[in-house]
Ligand binder design. Sequence first.
Ligand code: PHE
Length: 356
Amino acid sequence: MTDTSQLQADLLAQIAAADTPDALEAVRVAAMGKQGQVTQLLKTLGGMSPEDRAVAGPAFNGLREAITAALAAKKAALDEAALNAKLAAEKQDMTLPVSLPATGTIHPISQVMDELAGIFADLGFAVASGPEIEDDWHNFTALNIPESHPARAMHDTFYIDGQPNMVLRTHTSPVQIRTMVGQKPPIRIIAPGRVYRSDSDATHTPMFHQIEGLVIDKGITLAHLRWTLETFIKAFFEVDDVVLRFRPSYFPFTEPSVEVDVGYSAKTGKPAGQGQVDKWLEVLGSGMVHPRVIAACGLDPNEWQGFAFGTGVDRLAMLKYGLTDLRAFFDGDIKWLKHNGFSAFDLPSISAGATP
Ligand code: PHE
């Protein structure tokens, strides 16, 4: 009995004195390992008389439990101390200013795409995408532009050599088709991306950028279209009383179709409020999705309606940031980019416009 208490006191003292995981492990092996003192003691129970065992059994087991518990507690304490030391050593000062490399800005087109995605995210739109090399069906046929349709000629399409059914997409509208075919309504998406037309002068480049919008749900009307476009354009240009002109128009894939002009001041070259507008710039094509387009995607046009719009990102960027030459967007002139680019820390949203 005295032996057991003495051994327990010794071992507990050793455990208390162990101040590293290695030291603690050595104590554990010496006590509880195969040749350990406690293990050896427990082995002697087998050779005892039943009377002796009745006394020694509980004492030895009590010893084993006390040592096991003390080892575990000490290990937890050492682990925690090690973690605290590590955390203290690796401490980061979150208040230090960011050091940025001096070069590199966000291109105005990327900036405007981000701004638009931010505005439409706040309105509940997801971002969708599609391929730039598109097939005839998605780019034209499903959008109610059959082969003989004059609108095909209007698009100045780039065809792919040796692949009669493939084109460089002439607009982002094929993403409407891909989305309606691929997911169940209700749908609220925008699709930003590059589009291509064989057209090149001071105001046209063969590659430019569009953002498509598509809403498909039950009971959608032209009023929803108008509110959405007004809300987006006000937020984008950060002009609360921006003046918009909605003109009837024609697109094969919308009926009715509406084009939207933004009023601006010739003096500033930027969108202006009531009374200061003396020029108009067309920025948007839109309309109610044609029932034939909805049907081509396998949806019942009597059940589902919606609106769509497409807008030229390059033009929006020019108008908002007062950039006059479209071709400068593609020159890669580092001076131009430094002057007209944006900080990577701009986080555009509907409530806080970007600052150049
Ligand atoms: N795809 C049309 C264009 O490129 C724009 C548009 C999109 C018009 C959606 C109506 C609806 O000119």
